[in-house]
Design a protein. Structure first.
Length: 175
């Protein structure tokens, strides 16, 4: 979205002298994104990981994105509607190196998701209202965001963020 806003002329160059802590404190992997390599127009205000959030009392063995497709969790899985979060994680489950992913890799992951949705394996695709499904016990595991897991743990210590064995996706929300 930041790139679209730049291309449309909706943003102006930042006055870095007014925000010295950005360069001083920004972690290396967020310093030079492809959309704004010098951070001239954008600054991340929040960052986190997309991975698994698991009810460990209901699904203690979920450690992989691939586990979400196990028939024993049929109807007990939510996934994010956000394409850049969900599809790459499914591609990782399929063994795809994301740095070399092809259009066909994306289509294969989408097909896997469609089959899982059509069969009832996936309960629903959702935004972060998966929290309600986790707390109620309607689902055992979700593809979700690390910050949500931390907040949910305060009320239920059986809800945990689990880094999938395939790895997570890192995100940053920019201003």
């Amino acid at each position: 979205m930041a790139k679209k806003m730049y291309d449309l002329g909706y943003v102006q160059k930042l006055d870095k002298s007014a925000i010295p802590n950005v360069e001083k404190n920004l972690v290396p992997n967020l310093q030079h994104p492809a959309i704004d390599p010098n951070r001239d127009f954008s600054v991340p205000w929040q960052s986190g990981l997309t991975g698994l959030i698991v009810r460990t009392d209901l699904a203690p063995d979920v450690k992989s994105i691939c586990d979400l497709f196990d028939p024993k969790y049929k109807g007990k899985v939510d996934m994010l509607t956000e394409l850049p979060d969900t599809v790459p994680l499914v591609m990782k489950c399929q063994g795809v190196d994301l740095s070399k992913a092809t259009e066909q890799d994306w289509l294969n992951a989408i097909d896997k998701l469609k089959q899982a949705a059509d069969s009832g394996q996936i309960r629903r695709f959702t935004g972060n209202d998966y929290a309600r499904d986790l707390t109620s016990g309607d689902v055992d595991a979700v593809i979700g965001w690390s910050g949500d897991a931390v907040q949910l743990q305060a009320d239920n210590p059986d809800i945990k963020f689990v880094m999938p064995k395939e790895g997570c996706m890192i995100f940053s929300d920019n201003m």
